[in-house]
Design a protein around this ligand. Sequence first.
Ligand code: 2AM
Length: 403
Amino acid sequence: MSSRVASHTWTAALTSGTSRSPRPTLPSAGSLSFPILKHEKTKDALCRSRTLVVIKGLPGSGKTFLSRALADAYKDHCSVFCADDYADSADPAMDAHKALDEAVVACCADAPTVLVVVDDTNHTHERLARLGELAREQRMVVVFLTPRTEWNADTARLAKLSGRKPAAITAMKRQLDEVCLPLFFGWFLLTPAQDQLRSTGSDFLTALDGFKKNAVGQEIPLEQYFKGKRSLHCTTKFCDYGKAEGAKEYAEKPVSELYGSVFDLAVSALFVTPRTFGARVSLTDEQLVLWPADAEKEAESSVPGAGSLPLGSRAHITLGCADGVEPVQTGLDLLEILVLPEVEPVTDLELGSLRFYGEGRWMLELKEPMCAAACFSSFYKRRGPSHEKGKRDPKKKKNCAIL
Ligand code: 2AM
């Protein structure tokens, strides 16, 4: 498959400009300093996985310039979909987004394509959430990129470059500003790492089932008890679209610079509680740069003592939750185990040593930490019925089959 980029927006952006405005219309080299373009490790890792790159930005801000750079970097492994190509569909009743999304899905089903780029303004929450959902349906990691041209927020210049009315650009800018912060930032496991972790997790649940059947006569298989169809990630900062404390500050440097980079996460342990099933992530100093300073302290009211644990203690990947339990509980359950005094292993399983912390809490320390390649990116969720934060459900504890 060869990459393709609609050229008209690109050409217009580069050639317009007036004698009265000598500012360069060619974006500077620095405007392309995205890890996805420059970082060799990231490029190599993404070439072995599949990624949806969602470009968002104002008309004239350099989206097509960026698409072209991605197409150049990933060559035959890249397909670019420019919204302009779907806007004037032969059937005017046809929703342009629907046509675009259908084309993207058809391309995602094509195995050789590793990088699919959607070049559009993507200025609404709904579009960002829909494209994120589409990526997850296709088992792809999604990265949202905004052009870093010098004029990307200069309304007058953008209006001139794109031929749109300044008022229209201003209105769009307001919408884009509203979606500049996601629901959360985190490391999203590339597909091969997701498959490997799920498989190790499933082996662990089977082994734990076997062990506990002998020990406590448990009946419900753990694999059925925990629901976990989501894509796997390790949350760094929960931003709640800017409503969470410190969200705006978190999104500045170094987060903005490292956004889109691939890291090797070390999964050091797996744990199960009556509420959640998760994997502990042991962060390196380089990864801790992206870890919010208050992540453990913030949990102090739910888990007394959590605030005194080392930075990064809460880092985890939710693998499954019991019915009615929200994923945020997994990190709290991990902290709850970590504040307890160390106990001796109850048995050695093939994967590592198993410890029991009372009240249905088990932790398996892996003999060999698992290396999980993960892309540092962000998540937008479709607005829908209330997503209540994870709360303890005392009934759940009582009825729990794994106590
Ligand atoms: P998780 O990281 O354990 O999976 C959306 O709700 C995501 O953000 C979930 O993945 C969830 O947990 C995480 N999350 C939700 N609320 C949070 C909070 N208050 N603090 C940290 N992470 C949160």
